[in-house]
Design a protein around this ligand. Structure first.
Ligand SMILES: Cc1cc2nc3c(=O)[nH]c(=O)nc-3n(C[C@H](O)[C@H](O)[C@H](O)COP(=O)(O)OP(=O)(O)OC[C@H]3O[C@@H](n4cnc5c(N)ncnc54)[C@H](O)[C@@H]3O)c2cc1C
Length: 361
């Protein structure tokens, strides 16, 4: 009989894989179970690292800034383990203003590293945006290509001897017996003294959990257009443009359509309108690709991280909402300490599951 691993994780997105690597680095033997569901967020994501404009509460902004600033070190450690370079765009993000009054308001809210660009300065930096009243340049924000990031995480996990990766569907959480377990659809019991729920938009739908996990899917559609009229990531109130690998990504819709992860003519028309309002020539740019993903959204837009307060063998790394690419590597390091039996970092306190729910059992 093989010994149970030290940690079983449900979910092979950015949350599950970063947690697996961080736990394995602390000597834990980890099993990751994933079913590759259609609409999984990490590979569908836009990949912006945008703590300055993410709409996070002021108290949490410093943590998100820290997550952004530790990203280069995280990518460097991935490169050391995989020989894969994940490009990081740190040219800054332009937050486009709708009017001069709006520009002043945004400038008043912006952090000390931000630069206010009036119409002329914006046109000089990005000629395709010359017709706009201005923008705030958030110098340190940027973006990472989530497909390249996930590919590197896949390789890092494959090369880590302490991690076993399985393809299976987990159907329930089962707290009975000597060791609690995730139980598969086929009846396999994946038992361990530590279990981590990193199931993205599906995290709240797993039967048997000791409490309600308020994570719901919110669909985001994106398109890739041919052409590259801007060099910076451009953020508007209704969407964004991301120059990447010689093309332009336009995102994203925000739709309460359950677990439907398809794109729609209406969604694509919305994205075309967003792009055209920002840069009129994009009205004619050929459509290269379209896709959608399901954001794992919580009521306050913040992730759920840490141990369950009643079933201490169960931990959560879910509900990353709109900032999972940004936050997951940072959170994984802190979660791994807890999973290995250490005390939780104070930085994790705002993300505790208790802020939402009472136990169901
Ligand atoms: C359109 C869009 C744009 C986004 N843009 C950004 C952005 O610019 N910046 C940013 O930081 N974040 C962004 N996000 C958010 C970010 O992508 C997510 O917060 C993050 O990827 C969530 O990662 P995850 O691992 O929790 O979930 P996922 O990537 O969805 O992974 C969950 C995995 O769990 C598996 N799973 C679930 N339940 C089970 C089960 N019962 N059995 C087996 N397997 C299971 C699924 O198959 C899936 O592979 C965006 C998301 C979307 C959709």
């Amino acid at each position: 009989m093989t010994a149970a691993p030290d940690l079983v994780i449900v979910g092979g997105g950015v949350a599950g894989l970063t947690a697996a690597l961080a736990a394995a680095a602390r000597g834990m033997r980890v099993t990751v179970i994933d079913q590759s569901r259609s609409g999984a967020a990490s590979r569908a994501s836009a990949g912006m690292l945008a703590p300055s404009i993410a709409g996070l509460p002021d108290t949490l902004r410093p943590l998100a800034l820290e997550a952004r600033d530790t990203f280069p070190g995280f990518l460097a450690s991935l490169r050391d383990r995989t020989d894969m370079e994940v490009p990081l765009d740190r040219n800054g993000i332009l937050e486009l203003a709708a009017s001069e009054a709006d520009l002043e308001q945004r400038a008043g809210r912006a952090g000390h590293n931000a630069e206010r660009l009036d119409r002329q300065a914006l046109g000089a930096l990005e000629p395709a945006l010359a017709s706009h009243p201005g923008a705030i340049l958030h110098r340190e924000d940027g973006a990472v290509d989530p497909l390249r990031l996930m590919a590197a995480l896949d390789v890092a996990v494959a090369r880590q001897a302490r991690i076993t990766r399985l393809t299976d569907e987990v159907a329930s959480f089962d707290a009975r017996g000597n060791l609690p377990a995730f139980r598969s659809r086929g009846g396999t019991r994946y038992a361990s003294r530590r279990l981590l729920l990193a199931g993205g938009a599906w995290a709240g739908a797993l039967p048997g959990l000791p409490r309600a996990i308020p994570v719901r899917p919110v669909r985001g559609q994106l398109v890739r257009l041919e052409g590259l009229p801007v060099r910076h990531v451009v953020h508007m109130t209704d969407g964004y443009l991301i120059p990447r690998a010689g093309m332009l990504i336009v995102g994203a819709t925000s739709e309460e359509t359950g677990y439907d992860a398809g794109t729609t003519p209406r969604g694509l028309a919305t994205l075309r309108a967003i792009a055209t309002r920002a840069v009129p020539v994009l009205g004619h740019a050929p459509l290269a690709e379209h896709w959608a993903g399901l954001r794992p959204i919580t009521p306050d837009g913040l992730p759920i991280l840490g141990l369950d307060p009643t079933v201490r063998s169960l931990a959560y790394a879910c509900g990353y909402s709109r900032n999972g690419i940004l936050l997951a590597p940072w959170a994984a390091e802190r979660l791994a300490v807890v999973l290995a039996g250490g005390s939780p970092a104070p930085a994790l306190a705002p993300f505790a599951v208790e802020r939402f729910s009472s136990p169901t059992t």
